[in-house]
Design a protein around this ligand. Structure first.
Ligand SMILES: [Fe+2]
Length: 288
């Protein structure tokens, strides 16, 4: 069973001490009373017209302040960047309350605004996030670090964001990977970095996670039969999940903000539960 911990207010209180454990076991932490308030001017950024052609997300890099994926220029672009910087700070503060032990180790990565509806076009199964999957980044190797994400539904029309959460835990998912997916790779990671196909070296861990992501998404029988639970996240709700460990699919919804963090497994309360350590136990060797 997927664990779901619901916290009142902005996530203070005694139950918050359970949050890291729930997340590390593949569960979700929900904050139904933690909206991200937008100013009148910021509400205009919810219009999908803010997107650059052929993009799905406005992205913000908290490290450099760069805003991408948008057609907005000048003052509007600056305002968009400020809103997203504020969301990055909001998400960081939330994790500092929920998991103080993570605070020193969290690496703040991309902030994204998803103004459009969950894509209902026919996509290739590999790209279709309506199919159950665990996250793995083809172009940005994580090299064993966890992917921890904070989401907030900022829909102005009472529309919930709807996910399926798979009931299989990561240990069960990992059993899908045969020895071929876990065997050492030699030249190609170096070459992919040199050719700038990847930002940073793709480790054996990254390769195994991509194989798992694709294997799950392309398995029609598994997609049809996997035990799952449908969850709705109404406007004004924030939620937190390790998306590399928890099986999920985005089904419906429009207008979400999302903040990605990477974190070394050594900062977890129990790193033995990390995808890295689970896959390493299966491989019988280090994967980074
Ligand atoms: Fe995902």
């Amino acid at each position: 069973m997927v664990e779901v911990l619901e916290l009142s207010g902005s996530g203070e209180g005694p139950d918050a001490a359970r949050a890291a454990g729930v997340l590390e076991r593949g569960g979700l932490v929900l904050l139904p009373e933690l909206p991200f308030a937008l100013s009148e001017a910021e509400r205009t950024f919810l219009d999908p017209a803010v997107l650059a052609p052929k993009t799905k997300n406005v992205s913000y890099d908290p490290g450099t302040g760069a805003v991408g994926g948008t057609s907005a220029q000048g003052k509007a672009r600056e305002g968009l960047g400020r809103m997203m910087a504020r969301y990055a700070a909001f998400a960081t503060a939330l994790l500092e309350r929920l998991a103080p032990g993570y605070a020193q180790a969290l690496q703040v990565r991309r902030t994204s605004l998803r103004p459009g509806a969950v894509d209902t076009r026919v996509l290739s199964p590999r790209k279709d996030d309506r199919r159950l999957h665990v996250d793995a980044f083809p172009a940005s190797p994580v090299q064993g670090r966890r992917i921890l994400r904070v989401f907030t539904n900022v829909n102005p029309h009472r529309q919930a964001r709807v996910w399926n959460i798979g009931e299989d835990d990561f240990e069960t998912l990992a059993e899908r990977l045969g020895p071929a997916a876990l065997k050492p790779r030699t030249l190609s990671p170096w070459l992919m970095e040199r050719l700038r196909i990847t930002r940073g070296r793709r480790t054996d861990y990254d390769a195994a996670m991509l194989a798992l992501h694709d294997g799950i998404k392309l398995d029609d029988a598994y997609q049809a039969q996997a035990p799952r639970r449908r969850m709705a996240f109404p406007p004004g709700m924030s939620w937190v999940v390790y998306t590399d460990g928890a099986l999920h699919a985005a089904l419906e919804g429009q207008h979400a903000l999302e903040q990605t963090f990477l974190m070394p497994v050594s900062a977890m309360e129990d790193e033995a539960r990390s995808p890295l350590r689970i896959l390493e136990r299966r491989a019988g060797r280090a994967l980074t």
